[in-house]
Design a protein around this ligand. Structure first.
Ligand code: ADP
Ligand code: MG
Length: 730
């Protein structure tokens, strides 16, 4: 079968993503392949599609048992015969599967690496024709990578034990040269066709946050930006996970925990709750996530610092697999750095290795203190050269980058450390500079230092920030004792003497990102305008179907696919299959249900058959900051409203549906703007009639309400009254 045909028929896509095609073609032609592509780039398709096209069976080696079922379910949903074998199966089931495998019932078999060299498995594969072995998360073979899995070392032995060497395909999202080389060597790939796509994830927004009250910031952030979407919050310890879950729940945030100290059952339960959207936020240690394929994670917050850039990028990269705008927030705190250093020290390590760990950690610390583009820093780490040092989509590029000379402040801090005999940590030094009258300071006699109170007018946060910046720039050394102490390095002499100047971003403390002009960057498919109400209804149908089939909603259709439906109103098979993400099997299983909802909606809204918002699906330039873009949209609508335009006029001017306009205005109202809804109803007596009708027939079906009212009352009138009176259930 033609690969494009297979791509459309099974996956519902019209084109390959960057890097996919070479690998697919290579594997089909019997060449070894190596895919080094970031999370969300679509690595699975690179072995799944060849598996569907090739004769024989494909073995997929994947590290996480918990995930295999999901991936197999997803393939079955697409109409591909796939199965898995791992220790979670009951014996009877395992025997049945083995029989089916021998009878060549499956195109794809997922298997845990631990199984490979077991006698029973070897027996089994001897009887079938294995055309391709795909190794997912291949960096697990590397001891230098952070997810090392001893059983991965078994893979080459297994491959060599097969009568005919199959094509071997390896995939990873880890890009450091050492790891890539190790993968090639250890797996013994033979002249692999290599696809190394850029590591940039243009839909991710990066931000570093330095605040003294992390919890308050987190809560505010969640309330402001993410009241409904799902996200991951990473903490460094089990204890923090548990306390944070509790604190969030106390504040009414729907959060659950995940860490290695929980029973396997409890972990499984919470992971599923998250994947099925039963719980919105998962607070976790780094035990959570490898291979979590949930595509609609909208934010990943690091409540504590991870151990290096590689770990950070892996974890943060779990946001926005589906390509939609998502945020990655790293909360910096100096004490985390100390913790990480202690962890590195505790490990039984060679000096060389320890040094490497320090170096890697330092890169991340510098990331937290740099004034440069954060995306640039990340990509540079992975060996990419960046053309533009302003991505327009990270906290550094969006903030006012005006620099300010902080040499004097630096001198004050450095000399305070010196006067205090380099015996204290950042907290005490800050208090001295601030002129604190605390008992401890007085008892230690630090109030008699000449530097006492010389930074009275600065906030504690600012003093701390400058201190940490000095540390990141190498002027201060922070010891790795239990109580870390600030020491001066030789480098600081020049600063103290005034021979070297130090600069820092003007806004030291957390500042709201400013709206930036669109940057010219890569473009991607974005659905700008869609009927939000229809989207909601389609989502509802999706969860209903998901519940019936016990599948996570995204396995039926992704958000982006539903949005496209809500923009182009497909009403027959051909139109439906045209939607990106709809394959043949999905159409057969769900097409009619979704089309029915779309039909009802169009009928209600009097949307003509040929009317589509397809023109709204655009290749837009990336570079928007999601939350501002949203804000902007609402504000533009409100501006029109303030100009006294009618609903029709606003809709026309904004090129949106009237219903969307009303939703925008509702949002503006919730934000404290005044909306005089009655302005949109020509006859004031209509409101009473509508309310009465709603009282009688309920809010469930607009059509029923409409039928209970005189002809001259329109759907718009009903909507306006519902919005005005804040009635729920529409
Ligand atoms: P990775 O393993 O590289 O992190 P996945 O294989 O999980 O990525 O794919 C990420 C997302 O990209 C999935 O939601 C998948 O459906 C989607 N995807 C893969 N290939 C394509 C394609 N050619 N066009 C559109 N979406 C794709
Ligand atoms: Mg993957």
């Amino acid at each position: 079968m033609d690969i494009y045909k297979a791509l459309k028929m099974y996956f519902g896509y019209d084109s390959f993503k960057k890097g996919q095609e070479e690998l697919v073609v290579g594997a089909i032609n019997g060449k070894d392949v190596l895919g080094i592509m970031p999370t969300g780039a679509g690595k699975s398709l690179c072995y799944q599609l060849p598996a569907m096209v090739l004769g024989g069976t494909t073995l997929v080696i994947s590290p996480l048992i918990a995930l295999m079922k999901d991936q197999v379910d997803a393939l079955n949903e697409m109409g591909v015969a796939a199965t898995y074998i791992n220790s979670s199966l009951e014996e009877k089931e395992a025997i049945q599967r083995a029989r089916d495998i021998r009878n060549k019932k499956y195109k794809i078999i997922y298997v845990a690496p631990e199984r490979l060299n077991a006698a029973a498995f070897k027996d089994l594969v001897r009887d079938i024709n294995i055309s391709l072995v795909a190794i997912d998360e291949a960096h697990c073979i590397s001891q230098w990578g952070h997810d090392f899995r001893p059983s991965y070392v078994e893979i080459p032995r297994f491959i060599n034990s097969l009568k005919i060497r199959p094509t071997v395909a390896a995939f990873t999202a880890t890009a450091t040269i050492e790891v890539v080389e190790e993968i090639k060597n250890l797996i013994e790939l033979q002249n692999p066709i290599t696809s190394m796509t850029g590591f940039d994830r243009p839909n991710l927004f990066y931000k570093v946050v330095k605040v003294s009250n992390k919890f308050a910031y987190l809560l505010d952030y969640l309330n402001k930006y993410y009241q409904e979407e799902t996200g991951i919050i990473y903490c460094s310890t089990r204890k923090t996970v548990e306390s944070l879950v509790k604190k969030l729940r106390d504040k009414g945030v729907d959060a659950i925990g995940y860490h290695g100290g929980m029973t396997a059952e409890a972990r499984q339960k919470n992971q599923e709750a998250f994947i099925f959207n039963h719980a919105r936020i998962i607070v976790a240690t780094n035990a959570f996530g490898m291979g979590i394929d949930k595509p609609d994670v909208r934010f990943v917050i690091h409540y504590n610092m991870p151990k290096n850039m590689e770990a950070y990028y892996q974890e943060a990269g779990r946001a926005g697999r589906d390509g939609e705008d998502s945020q990655c927030i790293l909360m910096y705190s100096p004490s985390d750095v100390v913790k990480q250093k202690l962890i590195s020290q505790n490990e039984y390590l060679s000096i060389e290795r320890e040094k490497l760990l320090y170096k890697n950690l330092q890169y991340l610390i510098d990331y937290c203190h740099t004034n440069d583009c954060l995306r640039g820093r990340i990509l540079t780490y992975f060996g990419e050269t960046i053309e533009d040092n302003n991505c327009g989509k990270c906290s550094n590029c969006l903030e006012d980058m005006e620099m300010t000379d902080i040499t004097v402040e630096a001198q004050k801090i450095l000399s305070c450390i010196f006067r205090a005999n380099e015996r204290y940590g950042v907290a005490v030094i800050t208090q001295v500079l601030k002129g604190s009258k605390s008992k401890k300071i007085i008892e230690l006699g630090l109030n008699r230092l000449s530097t006492y109170g010389i930074m009275k007018e600065y906030s504690v946060d600012v003093i701390r920030e400058i201190t940490m910046t000095l540390a990141s720039k190498g002027y201060i050394h922070i010891t790795t004792d239990k109580f870390p102490v600030l020491r001066l390095t030789a480098q600081c002499r020049k600063v103290l003497k005034g021979e070297e100047k130090i600069y820092h971003k003007k806004d030291l403390v957390e500042k709201k990102a400013a709206i930036e002009e669109e940057k010219t960057q890569k473009s991607r498919r974005v659905i700008e305008n869609f009927e939000e109400e229809l989207f909601d209804r389609l989502k509802e149908l999706r969860s209903k179907l998901g519940q019936e089939k016990q599948l996570p909603p995204f396995m039926i259709f992704h958000d982006a696919t539903l949005k496209e439906m809500a923009a182009s109103f497909p009403r027959n098979q051909a139109e439906f299959l045209n939607i990106s993400g709809v394959g043949l099997k999905k159409y057969e299983n769900y097409g009619e249900d979704f089309i029915a909802v779309i039909n009802i909606y169009c009928e209600e809204k009097e949307i003509a058959v040929d009317q589509s918002k397809e023109e709204n699906i655009k290749e837009i330039k990336v570079g928007h900051f999601h939350e501002n873009q949203e804000l902007d949209r609402y504000e533009l609508t409100y501006d029109c409203y303030k100009d006294g335009l009618s609903l029709e006029e606003i809709a026309e001017k904004r090129d949106l549906g009237k219903n969307t306009i009303m939703k925008h205005l509702k949002r503006c109202e919730e934000k404290g703007n005044i909306v005089a809804w009655e302005r949109f109803i020509d006859d004031p007596s209509k409101e009473g009639k509508i309310l009465k009708a709603i009282e009688e027939v309920g809010l469930k079906k607009l059509k029923v309400i409409k039928e209970a009212l005189p002809e001259d009352i329109t759907y718009d009138d009903i909507h306006i009254v519902i919005f005005k009176n804040q009635l729920k259930g529409s």
